[in-house]
Design a protein around this ligand. Structure first.
Ligand SMILES: *Cc1c(COP(=O)(O)O)cnc(C)c1O
Length: 401
């Protein structure tokens, strides 16, 4: 008896759900890139992207994924041999380090493990010790999608200021932009890296790098032509802007996604994600009272509102994911970077993506599927997590007046 037929849902932390309106906007034949609609449409995206990132600074758009945006950000401010400091809180911090090392940049890692945010005081102490000012930038992942930790970027800014260190503050917001509150200018961030396929609700294929005048002044001796952010942030020259053919269909999709975000408003978007995240935490904490399921990040203040990493042990993690996919049409995310890639323990973790185009019924559906799976598979749990989740949602949503 197939129970998965019907509209399926990938509750994975990216690519996130694409709204029907975004899909419709992208469903079209080839587009003239030389003049007309798409040229104007492209210019219209910039102010709205700035609004999402809460910045007045420049933004460069690339045809690439988050990895490409990582590289673009580094390539525009650092020379080979430069040193960066990386407070690491999961797989994605290390991924950015590897990208830097590939460019010949030296990376010093401050390791904070897989279950904690970084400690700004340790960053401050390291910066104070850098009297020769060798450290050119601090690379901080806002939300690490592997551990689902959310790092405190304003506290990091304060620590860098307290140390009186001139390094750039560079933030990876690929998972968090459009989900967790992020205010580039108010928080004093010099470079912000994002991608199209998470909070921005567009398929993978576009990368975004926002940069402050201070970051622009760090231009290295050479910047590879493709990653150079200068022409891409200046839409007058359409060709240079994309370094070749524009990602036409993505631009149409992004236009619609940004319209949706403008209509809802950033504060409302952040609140929606926060409420849905609290519903997930409430369910998991309830189930975990009598069983192995637990949230990876203990402190709610440091949990992402876009993704949640759960530990359940092996083989339960794999069995639960399989059950939910087969019987509920819900695909849960695999654990990432929580255990060695060749170990069985890696199957003991899974993730729920709740970024972008998500609402109460989708989240309650995911949680209902998980609770049904826990029961079907005889995995010990305190039944009734769903009620805990519904209470979190009811409490946050008063009746319409
Ligand atoms: C998804 C993600 C990336 C990488 O993005 P890709 O598009 O997969 O290359 C980088 N950093 C974070 C925090 C992410 O969530």
């Amino acid at each position: 008896m197939p129970l998965a037929n019907g509209r399926t849902y990938r509750a994975i932390p990216g690519p996130s759900e694409t709204p029907d309106a975004v899909q419709r906007a992208m469903h079209r034949s080839s587009v003239n890139i030389y003049e007309g609609e798409v040229v104007e449409l492209t210019e219209s995206l910039l102010p709205d992207l700035r609004g999402v990132a809460r910045t007045e600074h420049d933004v460069a758009m690339y045809i690439c994924n988050g990895h490409g945006a990582w590289e673009a950000a580094l390539a525009n401010v650092l020379n080979p041999g430069d040193l960066v400091l990386v407070p690491a809180t999961g797989r994605f911090s290390h991924g950015w380090v590897e990208m830097a090392q590939g460019l010949g940049i030296e990376a010093e890692i401050l390791e904070f493990g897989l279950q904690s945010p970084f400690d700004p005081d340790r960053v401050e102490a390291r910066l104070r010790a850098d009297t020769a000012r060798r450290i050119k930038a601090v690379l901080a992942v806002h939300v690490d999608t592997a551990t689902s930790v959310r790092n405190d970027i304003p506290a990091l800014r304060a620590a860098m200021d307290a140390a009186g260190h001139p390094a750039l503050l560079m933030a990876d917001c690929v998972a968090s932009l459009g989900c967790d509150r992020f205010e580039m200018d108010a928080w004093g961030v010099d470079v912000l890296v994002a991608g199209s396929q998470k909070g921005l609700m567009v398929p993978p294929g576009m990368g975004f790098v926002f940069f402050s005048p201070k970051a622009a002044a760090h231009r290295p001796d050479r910047v590879s032509r493709y990653w150079d952010w200068t022409p891409r942030a200046r839409p007058e020259m359409y060709y240079q802007y994309f370094g070749g053919t524009a990602p036409t269909h993505h631009l149409y999709g992004l236009r619609v996604a940004l319209d949706m975000m403008k209509d809802e408003g950033m504060e409302a978007i952040w609140q929606r994600h926060a409420t849905l995240a609290r519903a997930i935490w409430a369910a998991v904490e309830h189930w975990g009272q009598a069983g192995p399921l637990r949230l990876n990040i203990a402190d709610p203040a440091h949990r992402s509102h876009a993704v949640t990493t759960l530990g359940i042990g092996t083989p339960q993690g794999q069995r639960l994911r399989d059950w939910c996919e087969r019987n509920a049409g819900v695909t849960l995310g695999i654990g990432l970077g929580m255990a060695p890639p060749d170990s069985q323990e890696r199957h003991g973790f899974f993730r729920i993506g709740h970024m972008g185009h998500v609402n109460s019924h989708m989240i309650l559906g995911v949680l209902g599927a998980i609770e049904a799976g826990l029961a079907a598979l005889d995995i010990p749990h305190h039944a009734g997590g769903i009620q805990a989740a519904t209470r979190a949602i009811s409490a946050a949503a008063p009746p319409a007046s």
